[in-house]
Ligand binder design. Structure first.
Ligand code: ZN
Length: 125
């Protein structure tokens, strides 16, 4: 399917402020497709202890949390693919297990709320 393969290197999160630049693109950890950054969800690792056994990964829809970020389509399909390949931990340079509960919650809520006008999925509690 894909003809030209360009070697994509993971860059540190520095972007030159370009005015009138094309839409910034990012690669989804799940399906490995490049897409506009605005249609991807940023993930960041929250390291709270020096050597945790598991690092909680959080969704960062506002793209303002500090630290290394990873990008994924906000769909459970892409999340599952990323989990299977352990792409999240690798993208975030984590050597321990990752806890994606918050990310999954966020995505599932978005998927439940998108498309239908029903409001039967109110968060309880
Ligand atoms: Zn994807």
């Amino acid at each position: 399917m894909d003809g030209a393969v360009t070697p994509a290197k993971a860059e540190p999160g520095t972007e030159p402020p370009l005015s009138g630049a094309p839409i910034p693109m990012r690669t989804c950890l799940g399906c490995r497709r490049r897409d506009a950054r605005s249609s991807l969800l940023r993930l960041v690792a929250e390291v709270t202890r020096p050597s945790p056994a598991t690092v909680a990964v959080k969704p960062d829809p506002g793209r303002r949390l500090p630290g290394r970020g990873a990008w994924i389509h906000p769909t459970t399909v892409c999340l599952d693919q990323a989990v299977r390949r352990r792409a999240v931990g690798r993208a975030l340079r984590l050597t321990v297990g990752v806890n994606l509960d918050e990310v999954r919650d966020h995505i599932e809520m978005q998927e439940a709320g998108a498309g239908s006008g029903d409001e039967h999925g109110r968060p309880a509690g």
